[in-house]
Design a protein around this ligand. Structure first.
Ligand SMILES: Nc1ncnc2c1ncn2[C@@H]1O[C@H](COP(=O)(O)OP(=O)(O)OP(=O)(O)O)[C@@H](O)[C@H]1O
Ligand SMILES: [Mg+2]
Length: 256
């Protein structure tokens, strides 16, 4: 069953067509990758899906509901969470605080009752903290939960970003270059980590990534963008043997 669908999504910035007639379908339980050279329009596609941009034309459907033009906050509440290409954490706060804030933003939280420390709010607070503790445990971050987030090694900050996304209880997780800046060993670990997280939390994953070994190992299906256009889609095998893709992307990778 399709969980996410884009129908002829176009995103234009002035004269630049960053995404042109994007038709993507992600089914429940799949891991789908979106690849393509720098500037191909991948992040823009994510921004259209998550409400950061309102597409110039076309529609985005989540669980058959038209979510085009909804605010990022509403879209998160419906069950789509994402991480960002450039890590976005509260640098001066601890690991635990970072996850708690994400949880707070998600839970329908009554600020006044919390300020007055009413019993109901206290209960909610405790419950949220327990859920965050559990999340940190499962993501291997318990030992560092009181560390300032910017002091963590880069790979762990990426894990924390995923923890923050999961704190909103998503059905669909969008990852924008989760392995950016990682060495091959860290990338291998991340591959296993994404698979585990996906199974543990019954997620569907839609991911942008440049590390081809990760993409080929983990994806059920792949879409390839080039200059905003979808130039190929298919299984990892099909994509690796697609001449147009090799020319536009994989060939470029090898030379680099
Ligand atoms: N807010 C914006 N205003 C103007 N142009 C933009 C904006 N966002 C993206 N673009 C342009 O749209 C095109 C696609 O950019 P995008 O960031 O989506 O590419 P990408 O595939 O994510 O690339 P990368 O692999 O480098 O992250 C680029 O030409 C970019 O300059
Ligand atoms: Mg990008």
């Amino acid at each position: 069953m399709s969980i996410l669908k884009t129908e002829n999504v176009v995103m234009q910035f002035g004269g630049v067509v960053a995404v042109d007639s994007l038709n993507i379908e992600v089914n429940e339980g799949e891991i789908v990758a979106l690849i393509g050279p720098n500037g191909a329009g991948k992040t823009t596609a994510f921004n259209c899906i998550t409400g950061v941009y309102i597409p110039t034309s076309g529609r985005v459907l989540f669980e058959d509901q038209n979510i085009t033009g909804k605010s990022p906050d509403k879209i998160t509440k419906l069950g789509i969470a994402r991480t960002f290409q450039n890590i976005r954490l509260f640098k001066d706060l601890t690991v635990m605080e970072n996850v708690l804030i994400a949880k707070h933003l998600h839970v329908n939280y009554n600020f006044l009752s919390a300020t007055l420390r009413l019993p109901k709010a206290l209960y909610g607070e405790r419950q949220m903290k327990n859920e965050c503790e559990e999340l940190l445990e499962r993501l291997g971050l318990t030992a560092v939960k009181n560390e300032i987030s910017s002091s963590l090694p880069y790979g762990m900050q990426r894990h924390l970003e995923i923890a923050r996304a999961l704190a909103t209880n998503p059905k669909l997780l969008l990852l924008d270059e989760p392995a950016a800046g990682m060495n091959p060993h860290e990338t291998d670990e991340l591959t296993a980590f994404i698979k585990t997280v996906k199974d543990d939390y019954h997620l569907t994953v839609f991911m942008i990534e440049h590390h081809m070994d990760l993409v080929m190992e983990i994806s059920d299906r792949i879409y390839v963008l080039d200059f905003g256009q979808t130039i190929a889609k298919g299984t990892p095998d099909e994509i690796q043997n697609n001449d147009r893709v090799i020319q536009a992307y994989l060939g470029v990778q090898e030379d680099a």
